[in-house]
Design a protein around this ligand. Sequence first.
Ligand code: 26Q
Length: 821
Amino acid sequence: LSPYDKDAPIHTVDEFINGFMDELNFGRGVSLARSSRNDQYIALSKAVRQNLQARWMKTLARQYEEQAKSVAYLSAEYLLGRQLDNALLATGMTDVVEEGLDALGLSLDRLRAQETEPGLGNGGLGRLAACFVDSLATMSVPCIGYGIRYEYGIFRQEFEDGWQVEHSDRWLALGNPWEFPHPEHAVTVHFGGSTETYTDDRGRERTRWLPAWDVQGVPYNYMVPGYRNGRVNTLRLWSARATRAFDLRIFNAGDYVEAVRAQTFAENISKVLYPEDSTPQGKELRLQQQYFFVACSLRDQLENVLPKYFDLANLPDRVIFQLNDTHPVIAIPELMRLLVDEKGMEWDDAWAITQKCFAYTCHTLLPEALEVWSVELLGKLLPRHLEIIYKINEIFLDEVRAAYPGDEIKLRRMSIITDHPERSVRMAYLATIAGSKVNGVAALHSELLRDKVLPDFSAYWPDKFTNVTNGITPRRFIRLSNPGLSDLITQTLGDEGWVTDLERLRELEPHADDPAFREKFRQVKAANKQTLAQVLSTRDNITLPTDVMYDVMVKRLHEYKRQTLKLLHIVTLYEQILSGKVAVEDVMPRAFLFGAKAAPGYRIAKEIIALINAVGKTVNNDPQVQGRLTVAFPANYNVTLAERLIPAADLSEQISLAGKEASGTGNMKFALNGALTIGTDDGANVEIRQLVGDDNFFLFGMLEPEVEATIAEGYSPVSVYENNPQLKATIDLIASGHFSDGDRNRFEPVISNLLGEDRFLALADYAAYLEAQQRVEAAYADPDDWSRKAILNVARSGFFSSDRSMVDYIDRIWHTPAITQ
Ligand code: 26Q
């Protein structure tokens, strides 16, 4: 950096006021008196980001000098959450800013609320990517996150008569102070057309792609600040726009309207995030999105990040592309195409490089969630990539044939290409064959991945398979979101080091037995409930009691996650009051909180949402309940709301059918914030329970092998219903129309889904779940002991820091060094 490049300019309150007023007057062109709240929010954000920008430039300069190996994280989703608070925390500017705004008669809290969070992800996978880039920056590991700058993120959810209605998420409408567009660095991405062979000047037979159309990718850079370590990494999101060639060709034909349509067509590519998170639909636009961001990102690495004249044989020493699920897997044939077709490399050399440059993370166990692309679509959109995939497959199958002579069945099982239900490419297989490592996201998941999802591959390459248990960033999910608990921890441990060294929470363990500490801990929880109740009252017009247990289930709506099981519990408690089986005075007061979005085309999931809302309406307004049970379902659950809900929770619901939830990360956030978990033996629940201890976790339900056995025996949900009188009474109450103004048909789809198929065995686990809930009630009746358990959950959750996940990725997969600041 030259001496003319600015250092972090804002340290004092006066400097902040100066910076802020400059941004307001000269950046927004308004006086303080005439400025809107949005003007103020943007001016504030731009003042805060000045301090980050100085560090960002330094980081980039350092990186260029060091030329160290870096991580290129390829993810179609980044569920970032609000940026302002995170930037304030990372820079340590909160106090100065608060004081400065105060002097100007402005409130930081009100300006914070002005930010629309970037919801560029569906759920766990997108949030994980955001946690990982946060941790890498904090740990000073060189990383660039690549993704898509969707113009519309995950839809905004509203309820109309209890029914989910989707609205477009216009997150960019009021301007975005956190991005830096660089149209001058746009890259061109090609699609369609055909391929041809030719003989090059050395007489070699080669192939080239003759694409039919193209679009440009414009990079938008975002800063990823490390926590008070002076490092700022980069998140580079690509936005699609029409190339001039694209416009002109049509324009020259004299059709202006058609030319504009073409522009719209190109820009559609980054227009909207697909809101499905488990059943990929095989839509052409989705494949265009995937190839678009991956092609831009590889080009960016090869042409902008690496120095000129770099010897690509050394690529694996400089970059590792981590594939966040199969969404970016088309990067594999793309790198092969670049190396072989464009750089003239021999196939085998290119393959050796490619294999070292990629690693693949799988996030699912559901067979229907494994991505496949039809050969027809791939051939139409990316004909050269399809050829390359065929060749990869051919060479691989030759190897398999040699290893298992005569085993045609195995050959067919391991082929990247399947013929059923139509001829298509199995992206997970391509990723497994090409990648240096394949990892699952929790210990149980990695085991099932090896044994159930990819058994042939794990037998063939045992060392390729590994586990990295997910994690969450403690910066956002406790330090920012739970200031009360954070202060208590800091006071107790004596310093703030735990924020970047979460295992230090162990030092809280002895305090779990200290009545005074427990009391302070309870006060924090009570205050968090007050805050949440306040937020929900203004945000959703929901009235919540604040002196009851908060029982929280927040996650995408999915049958396998079993929101219906939670609902059956609530309806059971209610039915017991109605029928007089339990005196209302004996009912433990609780508030049940839900947050969930359903994929817009997922019919039964939307029915379940409507049923939860209907039950809530009835239960909340039934005088017989005497306010002891409250059901709250605030609409539009997102990162911002999670930051409020989780710190207020007493009980965390993690009740997926064993063997279905790859990991879960919400479960970790709750434990870290002092909620106890009621959960199945699934995903990361297994590790949470091992760490916090059986006494501090409410385990219930079948284990994965029992699930398999039950299904193999021929599971009959109706007979479970017939044989359990309480379950029957509960389901009958729903079927009677009690929650639907007497309309017996209203929830028939949910009822017949449960009684007819019950794919995820909710009824089979019902009795065990009720029994576990009784254990919960007994434990909660002893506040002192409950606090002890909750404190131990906090103290033993350090393992779930995403900083630890990064150490595991570095040790087991990436082998990237940390850079000292
Ligand atoms: C794919 C193709 C076409 C359209 C959509 C998709 C798509 C999009 C998002 C498929 C899947 C997703 C998201 C999956 C996801 O969030 N999985 C979750 O990942 C978490 C992080 O590892 C785990 O904790 C969860 O268990 C897992 O469900």
